[in-house]
Design a protein around this ligand. Structure first.
Ligand code: VGL
Ligand code: ZN
Length: 201
């Protein structure tokens, strides 16, 4: 059992990020078994859920002529244009059916504002709009977080770096994560996490 002030944050283990999904991560479903096994070791357990309206600005389909995985400029900076994924209320947005969700204390949804994407569980992609997770964890006396889930190089990495900036002791359990790996994004994310003081286990 981990100390009571140590939370497990399970990032986006949703059907669309698993094989057969709209933005499938290779072996995305391989994270389910290790995550299920870890859950009972943590006093505080949080699930995040990518949760977009159909008109979300991160979808290539909402930018005429734009190809999925191309880049665009948003008011808050560069943004990858993704295949349409995790649309609110769809099966693709649901958690993987084998993921244990009953033990979770909190489900935090992100990316629900049409004009702004949110990779991190703490802040949207403008790096300033909070999701509320920091307040929740601080109110529960959490000082350390372990992150697992999908995808290593986007939502897990952004969440880990934000958590470190917010003062948490941060561990990413790499065996319980899988990456999209878009043009070297995994290597870059690993370097940025190390730079931020994140422990990669
Ligand atoms: C994610 C791209 C778009 C993720 C979410 O969970 O890593 N990646 N939306
Ligand atoms: Zn998304």
């Amino acid at each position: 059992m981990q100390p009571a002030d140590h939370a497990l944050i399970i990032i986006d283990v949703q059907n669309d990020f698993c094989p057969g999904g709209a933005l499938a991560v290779a072996e995305g479903d391989a994270v389910v078994a290790p995550i299920n096994a870890m859950m009972d070791d943590f006093a505080v357990k949080v699930l995040t859920q990518d949760w977009h309206p159909a008109d979300h600005a991160s979808f290539a389909a909402n930018h005429p002529g734009a190809a999925p995985f191309s880049m665009t400029e948003m008011p808050y900076g560069p943004q990858v244009l993704w295949p349409t994924h995790c649309v609110q209320g769809t099966d693709g947005a649901a958690f993987h059916p084998a993921l244990r969700t009953d033990p979770a204390d909190l489900v935090i949804r992100k990316g629900f504002r049409a004009a702004i994407d949110s990779y991190s569980a703490f802040f949207e992609n403008d790096h300033s709009t909070p999701t509320g997770l920091d307040g929740y964890l601080k109110a529960r006396g959490v000082t350390a977080v372990t992150l697992v889930g999908l995808a290593t190089d986007f939502c897990v990495a952004y969440s880990a770096i934000d958590a470190a900036k917010l003062g948490y002791a941060v561990t990413v359990r790499m065996e319980a994560c899988r990456a999209i790996d878009l043009e070297g994004s995994l290597d870059a994310a690993v370097a940025q996490m190390r730079e931020a003081g994140v422990t990669l286990a």
